[in-house]
Design a protein around this ligand. Structure first.
Ligand code: AMP
Length: 379
């Protein structure tokens, strides 16, 4: 299946080419035709599957065909709800890069908390596609900065995470502000009980697509482990970065304090590093992420909350400085590497008393990992 077989507008095909997408991913071949038909749908797919473009493309196709894009109102036609600021910005970027040089311009805007609300209030004017975190959207609605009564398409992206972050009430509240007649698309990495409920309320005879691609993709990722005491983790990290000549490494730490400490220690030893976590301001987070993406920063130390939704393509190395508690987080972390069909290496530091926990994780992933003992290593 090629993009041109998906009946997308030719201007979109041009933009797809510019982005360097050659063939649609499995979620795209399934979701795009159903979405163009105007169906409600549920996509079980993770970050990395190409899920964002799978809803962005049919939405832009719809806006082009309707020819009503960019009205000078505060009434967006499309609402995309996302759990985090990072994801809001990322989704807006995908909209913007796929909406270049369309017959009529389509304006998309990301709104999220943690930054001043005033510029967002002003920018909403003339927005066709609003990408929002639930809390900020409600604040904007309360201030009459946005009118949701003309929304034709609603997308819930990473719906499981929206619920996990406790946005259920906000979400229900938002649903009451939308017109009843609309198309609904729900995307989630997993399907749990709460999500089943939302699905029942939200979706009408939905088409369901389940993409297991990411699990398969993690099979392509090389896993390596090191038995190491807590004390020796810092020296081991520096040793590996130098020895393997790593130029772009994402390191996962268990807490904000730990992330700051690891980054600080690397800097002291002449390895350019920074940390990213929920305590940093939005402006700082964007700036750090940009620096890391453009390889101006060699090491980024992150916490799990931040890891979700960060989209950095083809990251060569991920290091688990500490084991995450849940296997899901482990998969998510190592999934940052080896994406888009390029191989990656995910390295895990394990203390002896974590051996059992690691085994549980690997069993769930159906993977095996060689673990080297660092006791005899010189670093
Ligand atoms: P997502 O799952 O939406 O976070 O997308 C993961 C990454 O895959 C993003 O960096 C996209 O730019 C990229 N991508 C999306 N669709 C395609 C495609 N058809 N071919 C190649 N890369 C793609």
């Amino acid at each position: 299946m090629a993009f041109k077989d998906l009946s997308l507008h030719s201007a979109l095909l041009d933009n797809i080419k510019l982005l360097g997408y050659n063939t649609p991913t499995p979620i795209q071949t399934q979701v795009i035709p159903a979405a163009i038909e105007g169906q409600d749908l549920l996509g079980i797919a993770k970050t990395g599957s190409g899920k964002t473009a799978s809803f962005v493309l049919p939405i832009l196709h719809r806006l082009i065909n309707k020819g009503v894009a960019n009205q000078k109102t505060r009434q967006p036609k499309v609402l995309v709800l996302v759990p985090t600021r990072e994801l809001a910005i990322q989704v807006a970027e995908v909209f913007q890069s796929l909406a270049k040089s369309l017959p009529k311009p389509v304006k998309s805007l990301a709104v999220y908390g943690g930054v001043s609300i005033n510029p967002q209030m002003k920018s909403i004017f003339g927005t066709d596609v609003l990408i929002a975190t639930p809390g900020r959207l409600i604040d904007l609605e309360d201030s009459n900065a946005v009118d949701l009564s003309k929304v034709e398409v609603l997308v819930l992206d990473e719906a499981d995470k929206i619920l996990n972050l406790g946005f259920q009430e906000e979400m229900q509240n938002i649903l009451t502000l939308l017109p009843k007649e609309r198309q609904n698309m729900l995307f989630s990495a997993t399907l749990n009980k709460k999500l089943e409920e939302i699905k029942k309320v939200l979706l009408h005879e939905p088409k369901v697509f389940e993409i297991k691609e990411k699990a398969e993709a993690t099979e392509l990722i090389n896993l390596a482990g090191y038995f190491v005491s807590d004390k020796k983790k810092g020296p081991l990290l520096r040793h590996l970065i130098k020895e393997k000549g790593m130029q772009q490494v994402l390191v996962f730490a268990s807490s904000r304090q730990r992330a700051d400490k690891v980054a600080g220690k690397l800097n002291k030893n002449g390895i350019q590093a920074d940390s990213i976590h929920g305590k940093k301001s939005q402006a700082e987070r964007i700036d750090i992420l940009e620096k890391f993406k453009s390889k101006k920063l060699r090491v980024l130390v992150a916490t799990d909350l931040i890891s979700r939704g960060i989209d950095i393509n083809e990251l060569p190395y991920v290091i688990n400085y500490e084991l995450p508690r849940s296997p899901k987080d482990f998969v998510h972390r190592v999934g940052r590497t080896g994406r888009a069909e390029s191989e990656g290496l995910a390295i895990t530091f394990v203390t002896r008393d974590e051996t059992h926990h690691l085994k549980v994780i690997l069993k769930k992933m159906k993977r095996y990992m060689d673990i080297e003992d660092t006791a005899e290593m010189d670093f």
